[in-house]
Write a protein that binds this ligand. Sequence first.
Ligand code: SAM
Ligand code: SF4
Length: 337
Amino acid sequence: MSTEVRKGEPIMYDTFERNINYLRISVTDKCNLRCIYCMPKEGVELAPHDDILRLEEIEKIVRSAALVGIKKVRLTGGEPLVRKGIIELVDMINNVPQIDDIALTTNGLLLPDMAGGLKKAGLKRVNISLDTLSPGKFAKITRGGQLSKAWLGLETALETGFDPVKTNTVVIRGFNDDEIDDFIALTCKMPVHVRFIELMPIGESDAWAGDSYVSTAELVEYVSGKHEIIPEKEVRGSGPARYYRVPGAPGTIGFISPISSHFCSECNRLRLTAEGCLRPCLHSPAEIDLRTPLRNGASEPELADIIRTAVNSKPEKHDMQQSGWRGNRRVMNQIGG
Ligand code: SAM
Ligand code: SF4
């Protein structure tokens, strides 16, 4: 692991020479939906209010992380838009000089009222979860959510000028694998980057994900057999997705393969839970407590040292296909995906 300074800016490498510059922050473990692959019906036991990081604490962690090379921040959850003060938080992070990109992953339901404020505060990009285009199936998978609200969120995101606007579709055999063509048609009508994500056996879905899992290879074979698609160079903030486009379409189609293809060698991220634990790898239960030193008065350089140590412990790769999610005490809404 090393940190070097290039053009006056710190760059942090981990033990496997990966440049770690991206922090995903879960700002709450609460959610206004109960997606069947993410949360139990009754919800999860929420962390006590005092255990959740306050906005100024999150800001201080971002400032500390920026000292060692973090440049991009994504806010997630739970549902980040149910967090009180989220617009203020975007503004606070936008004022950290080294941070040049702030993104949000959301179910979109609250975007119609909040998109303008978020944009003004400095949010650049949004990813909206959209697993189905059928109102009945949407209600089923989210346990009661209304597709019309998520759809309005998507339309508002486009009108507000977020760029790019991406959607996340977790592909589930027997549930939405018959809608692939409809999602591709969407990219031909709207400048939306639809991403198909492999179902991960995490928390709620651990028991049934095996039978419902559809690999990217199977999907790509289906899609390329039915549609003319051409590889797309890069969509901004593309991370681990591979992108294609139907010629002439305003939107693109992306595939994210957390199970079938190890993108660990390109992993540039760290995660911060709502309770202030750093998680070097989504798939490993190892966590480093930042909240205690923070509340004991650690300075930004001291917190930056702890962040460097956490980066040092980032594993080379996960073996989720073998080990599943066992050993992880948290589920997705608590880590942020
Ligand atoms: N509530 C926000 C949302 O739904 O976009 C942000 C948090 S959610 C945990 C982040 C992403 O994780 C969503 O796109 C969701 O579909 C994905 N996710 C949750 N559980 C998953 C699983 N078992 N496999 C694959 N993706 C999952
Ligand atoms: Fe909530 Fe997002 Fe999990 Fe669905 S995927 S229950 S919207 S946190």
